[in-house]
Design a protein around this ligand. Structure first.
Ligand code: B12
Ligand code: SF4
Length: 605
């Protein structure tokens, strides 16, 4: 089920408030000697194609954003730890300047929920007298906040609160806590007191254990208000200045990563340009998460972020975290025209930096006459949500002709186009009379210039319109040959949603399509007749694709065998809260599912 929206007129934070609250917080934090650790959960089993490289070499924007918000609010002693780089880190062993931080923030996606829970469990081992306030956030808890609270009364682990929104929710919570905090009192003690007095009920975007309810009940304060003008967000440069250096230690280093070494570990920098999408694909949670709004940074701010990050950290490659960058043609034009004019040290910005982002085929075609400006703005790659070129599976303005046309246009401009395909039930491997077959599409896309590709299988996304129905209709696989599907397997690489009597065949099709695209013959051919305008790019992508494939195929093979040889069981209901969830004042909560998969009538949305 999709997340509900707040009522119209109450969806947004007041203009300027996201700046003002940080100013107020700077006054509140002054002289309090607070410190914080922000940890990004990462399950190493997910380091396979197509994100083999980017999931490690792009310090995640969410963790950096939370760290930046804390630094900008006066908590300069903040450290951003990535399990990608520090896999053995343990909260119970952390210390900043010799003492346990006051605040531990854990950020996680759904597929990283195993290490996320491990981090929180470990934090719960810290003596309550010195335990930091433990907050969890990110896409996992935005949709499934109950996942970070243990349900066993004999093993009451859990975060103190799940933050089901963005930076502003955290800042609002901190303001309440710092206003309440007595001299010498820990932040966690202030939290428990504020919660028991009902002061947190007016901060939308939180889920925490009900006061006095023991381990049994959670309170949901509703859907967050969104910051509309993304220029009000803290500058991303602040997040980079507090990164923990990579190590195999359980503890924290005495100093953050040297600015001169940031680029080595994170050569690609993800930056928020825009957020939201006007389409409404039934399998996608993004429009509802954004409350059907579209938000953006100004072109000047984007240019400033790239420039500052280039100057301070030498970063040259940026990835926009856009859901659909060309969603609003006027805004997209403004951004690219400004970036095309921007200069650093008398030289065009595009000579210093390059960027890529995600867009739809439909909107890229709408921008056709502006694509030269897009290129001049420094764009080097576009990831296109093609899903199925023939639009048999989903219609979002694409077709075989439009997709090939977009590839042709982008290639003409020297922009690399990466198709994102979604293999689904009913799609054959090869078709004779149409381009519906998976291999037909991969072959055609290669022919028209694709030098990289993503072939994932349909995996129902929590928070999407069709999520619950996918379970009730018998699509979802619970286990195969005794192995239960675990969160790390929900990355689109494993067939976990299929009504096909032979789901292993689908798994083989995905593997074969990838092996068709990345293979030694094609790598050699890319040296003779590269598909890219820059000579070695095609070769390099073939090389990394094959490297990633060597890690991906064994994992796929194991699952294929289980699907083929073992018993496949189905799951009829999505994993929901194991604890009772209620809204503020006893009303219905905003997270979770209503009876028979209906929308929740939460009081604030
Ligand atoms: C960039 C991106 C990637 C990059 C990530 C690279 C990296 N290391 O950063 C790549 C391409 C590798 C990637 C891969 C995948 N991705 Co992705 N990705 C995104 C995307 C487009 C942007 C993420 C981002 O940086 N956003 C900007 C930051 C600022 O937002 P944020 O991370 O949500 O953080 C904010 C809040 O969540 C909150 N917050 C976050 N953490 C915390 C912690 C605390 C304590 C608090 C208080 C708040 C808080 O505050 C932050 C600031 O506003 C999002 C969609 C989106 N627009 O967000 C999908 C998204 C994160 N991806 C998603 C998925 C599913 C995947 C894949 C599994 C592939 C797939 N099948 O689609 C893989 C997994 C790869 C892996 N092994 O990790 C889903 C996650 C769904 C879920 N429930 O977990 C998302 C949300 C898209 C969607 N379907 O809605 N992805
Ligand atoms: S076009 Fe992409 S981002 Fe937009 S709703 Fe569809 S899948 Fe989601």
């Amino acid at each position: 089920m999709e997340l509900p929206s707040r009522p119209r007129g109450d969806q947004l934070v007041k203009p300027g408030e996201c700046l003002d609250i940080r100013q107020r917080l700077r006054r509140l934090t002054a002289g309090r000697d607070l410190s914080a650790a922000v940890v990004c959960a990462f399950d190493r089993r997910t380091r396979i194609l197509p994100f083999f490289y980017s999931c490690i070499r792009m310090a995640p924007a969410g963790t950096r954003a939370i760290a930046a918000a804390l630094v900008d609010s006066g908590i300069a002693r903040t450290r951003a730890v990535l399990l990608q780089w520090s896999p053995h880190f343990l909260p119970s062993r952390m210390a900043l300047d010799g003492r346990m931080p006051d605040l531990l923030c854990v950020s996680s996606m759904q597929i990283h929920s195993a290490p996320c829970k491990r981090l929180i469990r470990d934090a719960c081992r810290i003596d309550p007298a010195s335990r930091p306030l433990v907050l969890a956030g990110g896409p996992l808890v935005i949709y499934e906040p109950w996942a970070v609270f243990g349900a066993d009364p004999d093993d009451p682990w859990g975060a103190d609160a799940a933050v089901t929104g963005e930076e502003y929710v955290l800042l609002e919570l901190l303001e309440v806590l710092l206003t309440e905090q007595a001299k010498g009192e820990s932040l966690r003690a202030a939290f428990l007191r504020a919660r028991d007095r009902g002061l947190l009920d007016r901060v939308p975007g939180l889920v925490f254990r009900a006061p006095g309810g023991g381990a049994g009940e959670l309170v949901d304060t509703g859907i967050q208000r969104l910051v509309d003008d993304l220029d009000e967000l803290p500058h991303p440069a602040l997040g980079y200045q507090v990164l923990e250096p990579p190590s195999r230690r359980k503890t924290l280093a005495s100093r953050p990563l040297d600015p001169g070494r940031v680029r080595r570990y994170s050569p690609i920098s993800s930056l928020v340009f825009t957020s939201g999408c006007k389409f409404s694909c039934p399998y996608c949670p993004i429009p509802a998460y954004n409350q059907r709004l579209y938000r953006a940074k100004s072109a000047e701010r984007i240019a400033d972020e790239m420039t500052r990050l280039n100057e301070q950290y030498g970063l040259r490659y940026f990835f926009g975290t856009d859901d659909n960058f060309f969603n609003d043609k006027a805004r997209a034009r403004d951004i690219v025209e400004t970036l095309a004019r921007a200069e650093v040290g008398g030289r065009p910005l595009r000579h210093r930096v390059r960027w890529g982002t995600e867009a739809t085929v439909h909107d890229t075609l709408q921008m056709r006459e502006h694509l030269p400006t897009v290129r001049k703005a420094g764009a080097m790659a576009l990831w296109l949500g093609v899903e199925d070129m023939t639009a048999t599976f989903i219609k979002k303005g694409q077709s075989v002709d439009k997709t090939t046309e977009v590839f042709r246009l982008l290639r003409q401009q020297g922009i690399v186009a990466v198709p994102m395909l979604m293999h689904h039930d009913g799609q054959p491997f090869l078709t004779r009379t149409s381009q519906y077959g998976l291999l037909n599409q991969v072959r055609l896309l290669r022919k028209v210039g694709a030098i990289d590709v993503q072939v994932l299988s349909l995996t129902p996304a929590v928070g999407s319109r069709t999520y619950e129905q996918a379970f009730s209709s018998g699509l979802i696989i619970r286990s195969a040959a005794g192995k239960t599907v675990q969160p790390y397997m929900l990355d689109g690489n494993y067939i976990v949603a299929s009504k096909d009597a032979k789901p292993w065949l689908m798994q083989l099709r995905v593997a074969a399509a990838l092996a068709y695209f990345y293979n030694p013959l094609r790598m050699l051919a890319s040296l003779i007749r590269p598909k890219s305008s820059r000579y070695l790019i095609d070769f390099c992508l073939q090389f990394t694709g094959m490297w990633g494939l060597s890690r991906t195929l064994p994992k796929m093979a194991g699952w294929t065998l289980r699907l083929m040889l073992g018993k496949v069981t189905r799951q009829a209901r999505p994993p929901g809260p194991q604890l009772a969830l209620r809204g503020v004042g006893g009303g219905p909560p905003c997270h979770g599912v209503g009876p028979a998969g209906t929308a929740l009538a939460c009081p604030r949305g």
